[in-house]
Design a protein around this ligand. Structure first.
Ligand code: AMP
Ligand code: SF4
Length: 479
């Protein structure tokens, strides 16, 4: 079997990085959803969409590309109403076509329903097979469509009842936002893998809109106040009758994604109730304590290593210098479609400041090594700019296992730390020394005293049952 692709499974991919947003009770719902998605752009740059309801009909626009390019004033004018949901998506290999862009929508006996999803459903393959055997016809290769089919087929008479029904059948990671003609409904999986924050946007001192977003940085742009998170296993309904919160299931052991704090979320967000910048700086401080080395300068790999490098510098007393300058107008190199472009992308994205590096012993700080190819190019770049020594420090443990809960990680075969020890990785990236933050260090940085985070990509221990055999075989080519 070759790499996982659309021919082997009904889905285009296992890992979909996304951002979701929802708003209820504001006459400019689509405009505000646009702003919210703009702040969540880092969570997915391939496609974006907004569905809005004017109380009678749901209007929807989904396109490939960046939020700011898609949602021109004319396009936003096509989205009237005081309720809206939005989505920004990034997918890796396989099908990256428009039909997978979200929100997805359906018209069924419960009326029109649109949905946007952050996460990954681990039982989507079997659910889709069952639904297809029963006559369902799928329009996309996205696992999210399974949810809509389950809703449409539910015997429950109300939408909330049908959603409950659907939510109880899906497994894995999901922060879901639904839009119906007159209400917004959101839900989070029982383990709370992916974040979903709730906020309040004052309108005129007397009324307020209710907002939901993957990260609180979306609230900051809107001027909304963060009121806490949708809880694992919780469903929140915002409709004409007000806000109803209920647990559609018993919450499981919490498994918040630690990688959101390591890399994925913006540092100015509060995620799972904790400030990301703070946990990242603490990762850097503990990394400095665990793996000190004599050097002249600490240099972050921008932007992913910045907060950890600040922490490393404050703990070690070694000066912090921005000796790699990032061109912000180039997309994340990691998401380029082919290896050739990815390699080229490093040079497009980063440029060394020779006069800060020449003759110096450099500690380069980054958040993670996945394949190792980008890290090697950056180490080479720093050395070619005259650095005497290059010591690489990584602010999380080695990534040894793929994520099945909605973060894009390559196959086991491509994960450098799954197949090499630290000495071998050090040689591959051509660093004078390489060291990672320990699992205990990461846990301490997150103040995770009651084991409420997922660390599966660092440990290989998954908090839920995943169809590992099938997935790993498909992804590694084993049979
Ligand atoms: P590499 O050395 O090729 O493994 O690339 C490492 C770089 O990829 C680091 O700078 C990380 O910040 C970045 N990175 C890690 N995980 C992801 C991800 N899921 N999506 C995008 N970039 C990532
Ligand atoms: Fe996050 Fe890693 Fe767990 Fe995936 S496996 S949810 S990336 S911690």
């Amino acid at each position: 079997m070759s790499n996982w692709d659309a021919e082997e499974t009904p889905f285009d991919k296992l890992h979909e990085e996304c951002g979701v947003f929802a708003i209820h009770g504001h006459t400019e719902a689509a405009n505000l959803a646009y702003l919210g998605l703009y702040a969540l752009q880092h969570r997915g740059q391939e496609s974006a969409g907004i569905a809005a309801s004017d109380g009678r009909k749901i209007h929807s626009v989904r396109k490939m590309g960046h939020v700011a390019d898609i949602f021109t004033p004319d396009v936003l004018n096509e989205l009237p109403g005081s309720l809206a949901i939005g989505h920004t998506r990034y997918s890796t290999a396989g099908d990256t076509v428009l039909r997978n862009a979200q929100p997805l929508s359906v018209a069924c006996s419960k009326g029109q329903v649109a949905v946007a999803h952050n996460g990954n459903l681990t039982n989507a393959i079997e659910l889709r097979r069952e639904l297809e055997q029963d006559g369902s016809i799928f329009q996309s290769t996205s696992d999210t469509e399974v949810v809509l089919h389950l809703v449409a087929r539910s015997r429950e008479r109300t939408l909330a009842g049908a959603l409950r029904d659907a939510l109880l059948q899906i497994e894995g990671a999901f922060s879901l936002v639904f839009l119906a003609q007159d209400r917004v409904i959101v839900a989070r999986d029982p383990h709370g893998f992916r974040p979903l924050a709730m906020g309040r946007l004052e309108i005129d001192g007397q009324s307020a809109a209710t907002v939901f977003a993957s990260e609180t940085c979306a609230f900051d742009l809107l001027g909304a106040t963060y009121c806490g998170d949708v809880k694992p296993g919780e469903m929140v309904i915002v409709g004409p009758e007000g806000i109803t919160r209920e647990f559609y299931t018993t919450p499981g052991a919490p498994a918040h994604c630690s990688f959101e704090h390591v890399y994925f979320s913006r540092p100015d967000s509060i995620v799972f109730g904790k400030a990301v910048a703070e946990s990242r700086e603490q990762m850097g401080r503990l990394l400095a304590r665990e793996h000190p080395v004599e050097a002249d300068v600490i240099v972050p790999v921008p932007d992913s290593g910045v907060s950890a490098a600040i922490g490393f510098a404050s703990e070690s007393g070694i000066p912090y210098r921005q000796a790699l300058i990032r061109n912000h107008y180039v997309g994340r190199t990691f998401i380029e479609p082919s290896q050739a472009i990815r390699d080229f992308g490093v040079k497009l994205k980063l440029n060394p400041v020779r006069h800060l590096l020449e003759g110096r012993r450099v500690i380069l700080v980054d958040d993670s090594i996945v394949r190792g190819t980008t890290s090697r190019k950056i180490v080479r770049m720093v050395r070619n700019a005259g650095a005497r020594e290059v010591h690489l420090r990584i602010s999380c443990p080695p990534t040894i296992s793929p994520c099945y809960y909605g973060v894009d990680t390559p196959s086991l075969r491509e994960l450098i730390a799954a197949n090499n020890d630290i000495k071998q990785i050090e040689e591959f990236v051509e660093a004078d020394s390489l060291a990672y933050l320990s699992l205990e260090g990461l846990r301490e940085s997150l103040h995770d005293r009651d084991q409420s985070f997922c660390y599966a990509c660092y440990t290989g221990h998954y908090p839920t049952l995943v169809q590992l055999d099938e997935i790993v075989m498909a992804k590694t080519g084993c049979c």
